[in-house]
Design a binder for this molecule. Structure first.
Ligand SMILES: [Zn+2]
Length: 388
C-alpha cells in the first residue's frame, strides 16, 4: 500500500469509527426489551397465540448480535449488520425508523418549503383509558380523512371556501403519550402544505380564547405557566378546524348549523413549521415505557398492542400519498466502500458474530481494535433527540 492510500485509509477509519457511546445508546434503548418480551409471552399464553412467542423472541434479541468482518492483521472490525425486531414498542427500532425518516425527508421538505407554505398542525381528542384506544384511534383516523377531503375540495360545507388556501397534502403522524393520571393522550402531529400563505387571510388573526388556551399539553409554552392567563390565542381558522374535528370525531354531521351550534371543538393548533419537522418524524410510542414509573402495565400493553396492530402510524396525503415512512435502509457510502477496498487489498476478513455485551467489553479493554461501519448504520445508532 502506498503512503497516500495508507494515510487516506487512516482518515476514513477515523471517520467511520463506531465508538462505544453509539453501542451504549443501543444498549440503553434495548434495555426495556426484556420486559416487553415478557409482556408478549404473557399475552401469548393468555390468548393462545403461538406467533406472539416468536415476537417475544425477536424483541428480546433486537440488536444483540452483530455480523462482523474481522480484519485481524489490521485490527479492524467492520460491523456489517445487526438484527432489528421492527416492533412497535421497541425503542431501538422505532428510533432507527425516526432517524431514517428525518434524514430522508428533511431535504425534501426544505425544497418544498421554497414552493409551498408549511404548517405544523396538532389534532387532539380528549384523553382516554387504554381500553378505549382502539376505537379512539379508528375515529381519529376516520375524522382526519374528512379534514383532508374538506381542504382538498372533495367535500364541501355550504358557505365555507377551503380551496382558496391551496392545500396540497400533508404528513400525519400519530403520537400517544400517557398522563400522570394513567390515561392516554393520542394526538396527530402533522405537516400541512399550502400553496398560499395563511397569514395573508383575515381568519389567521389569533384573538380567540377558549379552554385550549390554558394548560394545553400540545401548546408549546412561550412563557411561564400562570394560572388563569391564556397561553395561546386561536385564529378563526383554527376554531373552524377545531369544530369540524370535533363534530366528525363525535359522529355528528358537519353542517353550517351544527358548526354554529357547538360552543367549542377539540384542540387543533396551527403554526408555521419554520423548518422544524422533527415532531412529525419521531415515533408514536416514544416515552411510553419509562424505567421510572414501573413501566407500562400488562393491561395497557395489551390494549396498545391491539390498538396499534396493522395501523399506519405515519400516513401521507395528497403529494405525500405514496411515501413509505417506515423503512430501515442500510445503504453504503463512498468512503466506506473505499476503506473496505483498502482493507481487503491487504487481507480477507474473518466473518464472525459478536454479542453487544462482548463488543462493549472489547471496547473497554481491547482498545487497539477499531470498530467501523457505514454511515447509515452509525446514524441509526444515534438518538433521534427532541433537541434537534
Ligand atoms: Zn427492535
Amino acid at each position: 500500500m502506498n503512503l497516500f492510500t495508507y494515510q487516506k485509509s487512516l482518515e476514513y477509519k477515523k471517520a467511520l469509527q463506531v465508538n462505544s457511546k453509539q453501542f451504549d445508546k443501543v444498549d440503553r434503548r434495548t434495555e426495556k426489551n426484556g420486559y416487553i418480551s415478557y409482556l408478549y409471552r404473557k399475552l401469548s399464553d393468555e390468548i393462545g397465540d403461538e406467533s406472539l412467542q416468536i415476537t417475544a423472541n425477536r424483541v428480546f434479541s433486537c440488536s444483540r448480535f452483530y455480523q462482523i468482518d474481522y480484519y485481524v492483521d489490521q485490527k479492524v472490525k467492520d460491523v456489517q449488520r445487526t438484527y432489528f425486531c421492527h416492533n412497535r414498542f421497541c425503542d431501538n427500532c422505532q428510533n432507527a425508523y425516526a432517524v431514517q425518516r428525518e434524514f430522508k425527508y428533511t431535504p425534501v421538505l426544505d425544497q418544498l418549503s421554497k414552493l409551498f407554505h408549511l404548517y405544523h398542525i396538532v389534532f387532539t381528542v380528549p384523553n382516554c383509558y387504554s381500553d378505549q384506544l382502539l376505537i379512539t384511534l379508528d375515529q381519529m383516523q376516520n375524522s382526519f380523512g374528512y379534514i383532508n377531503r374538506y381542504l382538498n375540495g372533495n367535500l364541501k360545507i355550504k358557505g365555507i371556501d377551503f380551496l382558496k388556501y391551496g392545500y396540497s397534502g400533508c404528513i400525519r403522524a400519530l403520537e400517544i403519550t400517557k398522563s400522570k393520571k394513567g390515561d392516554f393522550h393520542p394526538h396527530f402531529h402533522c405537516l400541512f402544505l399550502f400553496r398560499n400563505d395563511l397569514s395573508k387571510f383575515p381568519e389567521w388573526k389569533k384573538y380567540n380564547v377558549n379552554s385550549y388556551s390554558f394548560d394545553n399539553p400540545d401548546v408549546v409554552l412561550h412563557r411561564k405557566k400562570s394560572y388563569g392567563t391564556p397561553q395561546r390565542y386561536f385564529s378563526d381558522f383554527e376554531i373552524l378546524l377545531q369544530k369540524i374535528w370535533r363534530l366528525k370525531f363525535d359522529g355528528i354531521k358537519v353542517t353550517r348549523d351544527n358548526l354554529e351550534g357547538i360552543k367549542e371543538g377539540y384542540s387543533v393548533i396551527v403554526d408555521p413549521a419554520k423548518g422544524r419537522y422533527h415532531q412529525v418524524f419521531k415515533y408514536a410510542t416514544k416515552g411510553l415505557f419509562k424505567k421510572t414509573d414501573g413501566d407500562l402495565n400488562y393491561r395497557d400493553f395489551v390494549n396498545l398492542h391491539f390498538a396499534l396492530q396493522n395501523r399506519r402510524i405515519i400516513q401521507g396525503y395528497g403529494v405525500f400519498f405514496h411515501c413509505d415512512f417506515e423503512e430501515i435502509n442500510l445503504d453504503t457510502d463512498k468512503y466506506y466502500n473505499r476503506l473496505v477496498a483498502v482493507l481487503r487489498s491487504n487481507e480477507y476478513p474473518i466473518p464472525e458474530i459478536e454479542k453487544l455485551d462482548q463488543i462493549l467489553t472489547a471496547q473497554l479493554h481491547a482498545k487497539d481494535i477499531t470498530y467501523i461501519s457505514r454511515q447509515s448504520m452509525r446514524r441509526i445508532m444515534e438518538d433521534n433527540n427532541d433537541e434537534r
